[in-house]
Design a protein around this ligand. Sequence first.
Ligand code: NSS
Length: 438
Amino acid sequence: MNKMPGEGFLKTKDVMKPEMIGKEVMLRGWVYRKRHIGAKIFIVLRDSEGIIQCLVVKNEVDEKTWEEAEKITRESSFMVKGIVREDPRAPGGYELKVTWLRIVGLSDVFPIRGGEGIDYLLDKRHLWIRSRKLTAIMKIKHSVLKAAREYLVRNGWWEVTPPIITASACEGGATLFEMKYFDRKAYLSQSAQLYLEALIFSLEKVWSLTPSFRAEKSRTRRHLAEYWHLELEGAWYHMEDMMKVSEELVSYIVKRVLEERSEELEFLKRDKVMLERALEIPYPRIKYDEAIEILQRKGFRIEWGEDLGADEERALTEEFETPFFITHFPKQIKAFYMKLDPQRPDVVLGFDMLAPEGYGEIIGGSEREDSYEKLLQRIHELGLDPKEYEWYLDLRRYGSVPHSGFGLGVERLVMWISGIDHIRDTIPFPRFRERVYP
Ligand code: NSS
C-alpha cells in the first residue's frame, strides 16, 4: 500500500490489537472528545479508521505535552505517541498511555456539539461530514461502488463516459433542469441511457456511472436533485435477461458490503439478517396488475393506470422480505422509449426493482423500442418533438437490435443497505429543492 507522508504513524485499527499491547506507537488525527479530570486528561483520537482513547497523566509526561493536552480543543488535529494498553472501560477496549503529544491545528470552538437540528447540520455540512455516522455511510458507499465495478468488469461490461450537458429529455420534461448553453438552451442529464444506447452498436455491453439531475418539485426522503446513477445497456438483451443482470448485480453488491463493511453496518445498527436475505436470487416478480390488486386489497384507492407513489411502494414492500420486481406497467405512466409488450400493447416491457423494508424503487429499467416506426409513433403520441430525437431514431435505422437496460440510483441502494431513513445522508453534499449549500 502507498504510505501516507510522515514516518512511523499508525492507524487506530492497527494498534487496537492484542499483539500491540505494551508497544509504543505514534498516531495522528483529530480530537473526538476530551475530558479533564484532575491530573488526568482523556483525549479520544479519531482517524479515518476509528477512535482510540488517549490518557495523559500530568506527572508522567513532559511539561510541554501536558500544556498541549490542557490547551487542545475538540476537533483539533494532533500527533501523539504512547504505549498501547488493554482497557475494558475504553471505547473499543484499548487505550493509549500518552508519552508525548503535539497540537498540529488548534480548533476554534466546534459549532456542532450534538443535539442540533437537521437544518443547522445541513448548513454546517462541511463540518458534519466528519461525524462517525456519515463516515460509516461513506465507507459503505465506497464498497457499493467498488463491488458494482468488480461485478461489471468481471462480466464483460465496458465502462463509458456519456455527457452531462444534453440536448433532450430522457425521462420527461417535468423534472428537467434547463441551463443556458452559450446562446442556446441545454439540459442537465437525467439519465445517460440514450447515449448508452448509441454505444451498444460497437461495444454491445456498456455501463456508466454519472451524476443525474432531477428537478423534483417536492422534498421527500428519497429524492435528490443531483444523484449518482449507475446505468447499463446491453445489445441482444431482452427484458428478462436484463432483470437477471440487475438482481445479480444487487445481490453481489450486498454480499461484498456484508464482507467488507460489517463494522460500519453494526455502527449503524443495521439488521444484517435483512441484507443476508437479499443474497439469494432470483428475486420475486409481480406484474403491475398484481400490484394494483394487492394495493386495492390493502385499502388503497388506486385504479389501474395510475402511477405508484411512495406510499403505495411502501405498502407493497410489506409483502416481501427481499428486493422484488414489478413489471409490465401501463404505457401511459412510463417513458417513450419503452417497448410495448407485443402480447398486450397497453403495457410496456419495463421493470422496477424495489428494496424491502419500506424503501421502494432502487432500479428502473426496460426493453427499448427497437422499431423506427413504432418509436416515432410513440414520440408523436406523447407530443415530443421528433427533431430533438432524430439522432436517437437513427439508431433504429442503421442495424437496429433488440436491447435493454436499467438505471440504479446509487444513493437509493446505499440508503437501503445502510438502513437509514433519509437519502440526504448517503451523499456528502446533498442538493434538494431548497438548498445547494454548502
Ligand atoms: O427514472 S428512472 O426510473 N429510469 C431512468 O432514468 C432510466 N433512463 C434508466 C435506464 O434505463 N438507463 O431512474 C432510475 C433510478 C431510479 O430507480 C432511482 O433509483 C434513481 O434512479 N432516481 C433517483 N435517485 C435519487 N433522487 C432522485 N430524484 C431520483 N430519481 C431517480
